[in-house]
Design a binder for this molecule. Structure first.
Ligand code: NAD
Length: 339
């Protein structure tokens, strides 16, 4: 049973990935500082898998703490690194906080992995690296555009740091996964997305509005050059996304990678507009959503959806769940959390 470190394993995507890793028989060690999550998530994971992962509460900005962790767990076979700060708006106000938390921690972990005879590393990157791509769907070869925010920049710089390190470290194998828009929750409603404060993302804002926590959803702009005028994104069910991490890890552990640094887009390949997401929610929940069209929001790109061919063909992974599945599970989760 290979032992895998999942940093940020109590967060939204991390917790779903821990479930899929445990389902595949891996032994999971989670590092999380609980800055954007709760220890209760461990109970949710246990309720689904029947196994409680090892949990080490640690702030990865603590370099000595990271060193001590790797000394204690010298038998790790792989690391999936989710831990990061992710609020785009906050990153504009507090860039150094983002560079320290998202870049500093990455460097500390890579320094430890460099010492190991062999290491496999999966990094949470984002489709934000493409900005408004010139061609849709977006392939992995699309140029990386200047980042719109310090948060986005941490993903670009993070990828460069990993690429440069892999170049001179043959013992290190890494994959950067560029997520499109993760949504939904585990169908059991034992784990899901739990934003602290006002949600930054569309789907938790929708479910919080429907449950009465927010008065109404603001739809930012209906005059974009898209069929219904609202922005288009590629919404991927978090369980599909979590499974892609297991597949990517197995690729590295089985030495099936083509080079020791690879990137993959993770999306469905299908774009959905904001109004289509609202309609999907209304359909599966039977609720009428209170929403209002307001002006465009600065920094929003018009349209982004993935070309999934590389992930489908090289990784052998494909999404199975639909937008309706995602909205149904997100609603079930919201009702459970507020119930
Ligand atoms: N959710 C998205 O829309 C999205 C899209 C693209 C990329 N990503 C990336 O995926 C990763 C996971 O995102 P998420 O949505 O699950 O976020 P999340 O906030 O739910 O999870 C991140 C977890 O990391 C922990 N953490 C943060 N800083 C830490 C530190 N210094 N030490 C230890 N733990 C720390 C937090 O407490 C949290 O549990 C992040 O790197 C994020 O940037 C997310």
């Amino acid at each position: 049973m290979d032992k895998i470190l999942v940093t940020g394993g109590l967060g939204f995507i991390g917790s779903h990935t821990v479930v899929e890793l445990q389902n595949e028989g891996y032994e999971v060690v989670i590092i999380d500082d609980l800055s954007n999550s709760s220890e209760n998530v461990l109970q949710g994971i246990t309720a689904i898998t029947g196994k409680t992962p090892i949990f080490e509460k640690l702030d990865l900005k603590d370099k000595a703490g990271v060193e001590a962790f790797f000394a204690k767990y010298s038998d790790l076979k792989g690391v999936i690194h989710f831990a990061a700060s992710k609020a785009v708006g906050e990153s504009v106000q507090e860039p150094l906080l983002y560079y320290e938390n998202n870049i500093g921690t990455l460097v500390y972990i890579l320094k430890e992995l460099k010492k190991l005879p062999e290491a496999s590393f999966i990094f949470s990157s984002s489709c934000t690296v493409y900005g408004q791509a010139d061609e849709l769907p977006i392939t992995e070869n699309a140029p990386v555009k200047q980042a719109e925010s310090p948060y986005g920049n941490t993903k670009q710089i993070g990828e460069e740091i990993i690429r440069d390190t892999c170049k001179v470290t043959p013992s290190l194998k890494a994959i950067a996964l560029r997520y499109f828009n993760p949504v939904g929750a585990h169908e059991s409603a034992n784990i899901g997305e739990l934003p602290i404060g006002v949600p930054q993302n569309l789907v938790p804002f929708i479910t919080q509005t429907a449950i009465g926590l927010r008065e109404k959803l603001s739809v930012f702009g209906d005059d974009y050059p898209t069929p219904d005028g609202t922005c288009i994104r590629d919404y991927i069910h978090v369980v599909d996304l979590a499974k892609a991490h297991v597949v990517a890890l197995q690729r590295l552990l089985g030495n099936k990678n083509k080079s020791n640094y690879e990137t993959f887009n993770l999306g469905t390949g299908k774009g959905s507009s904001v109004l289509e997401v609202v309609k999907a929610f209304e359909k599966v929940s039977g609720e009428k959503l209170n929403y209002q069209i307001v002006g465009r929001r600065e920094g929003d790109i018009i349209s982004a959806y993935a070309d999934t061919q590389k992930a489908n063909n090289e990784l052998g992974w494909k999404t199975k769940l639909s937008l309706d599945d995602a909205m149904r599970s997100a609603w079930k989760w919201e009702q459970k959390v507020r119930g």
